[in-house]
Design a protein. Structure first.
Length: 278
């Protein structure tokens, strides 16, 4: 089989060298017996369209899209899944001739990690989501479709949280507030959708937010517990998780979109965790 006939896949971003996606998708391909190549590609700002056109000509069949190109991918897609339309962002492109299909797999990734890998139940639970950026926008619909009792978005700029609540209110009971308005409330699941953990910071959250047996979930991941996870443990959260499982689960959904095969994720998560801690 010559190099040109092997289906090509890649993740694009800027920066991108830190990406775990190549090793994840290579593991999926091995598991499922699919013959593909998957690379990490650094793309210049403003050059996404040119890159995708060239990639498609070179047997490129699909792309994962990370920061800062999710909006570019959204605009490039010739067709969008319903969930991508509502999220207003795309992290997965499927290239089939002239058709470029855009989808978002972040929400499914979070849900599968929380519910399947960590056995958390969302139905009838009180959920707090911290932050109102793109990462949060992509996960609201799948969370609300699980029928939580209430979902609250807290954000520094309250108007951004209010806009999200407005955009997704048709899916369930969703409200927005400032951090200081959380005082006196308690939640079963608190999800950190801000990137504060990456810079070692914490959103200014009040104390006593965790209900009995509550769970804290950071969409970011690191070799050790993130600042948010450490704070949650000190505040009495019974369970704390980071977003490594979400990363693998959203990749599995992308792989399914491209190859119509569902890879097993647990062994891949364990292997990545081992690499992280070494």
């Amino acid at each position: 089989m010559s190099e040109t006939t092997i289906d090509r896949y890649a993740v694009i971003g800027n920066p991108i060298s830190h990406s775990k996606s190549p090793s994840i998708h290579q593991a999926f391909a091995q598991q499922t017996g699919e013959s593909i190549t998957y690379t990490a590609e650094l793309v210049e700002i403003g050059k996404v369209k040119d890159f995708v056109e060239t990639f498609a000509q070179q047997n490129g069949k699909g792309l994962n899209v990370t920061v800062p190109f999710k909006q570019d991918a959204f605009e490039l897609a010739t067709t969008l899944s319903e969930r991508a339309q509502r999220a207003g962002a795309v992290n997965t492109l499927h290239i089939q001739g002239d058709v470029i299909s855009g989808d978002t797999t972040d929400g499914v990734g979070l849900l599968n990690d929380l519910c399947k890998n960590h056995q958390q139940i969302i139905t009838n639970k009180r959920i707090l989501v911290i932050g109102a950026g793109g990462a949060v926008r992509g996960v609201l619909e799948p969370l609300l479709l699980q029928s939580p009792e209430q979902l609250v978005i807290a954000n520094r700029t309250v108007s951004k949280a209010q806009q999200l609540a407005e955009d997704f209110k048709s899916f369930g009971n969703i409200n927005a507030c400032a951090y200081d308005e959380l005082s006196g409330m308690t939640f079963d699941i608190i999800i950190n959708g801000t990137s504060a953990s990456l810079s070692g910071e914490l959103p200014p959250l009040p104390e006593k937010l965790f209900h009995q047996n509550a769970c804290a979930y950071d969409m970011m991941y690191a070799a050790k517990a993130t600042p948010f996870m450490q704070w949650a443990s000190q505040q009495g959260a019974a369970h704390t998780y980071d977003g490594l499982g979400m990363l693998v689960e959203q990749a599995a959904e992308s792989f399914f979109i491209w190859r119509k095969k569902r890879p097993e994720t647990q062994s891949v998560i364990e292997e990545l965790r081992k690499q992280l801690t070494q």
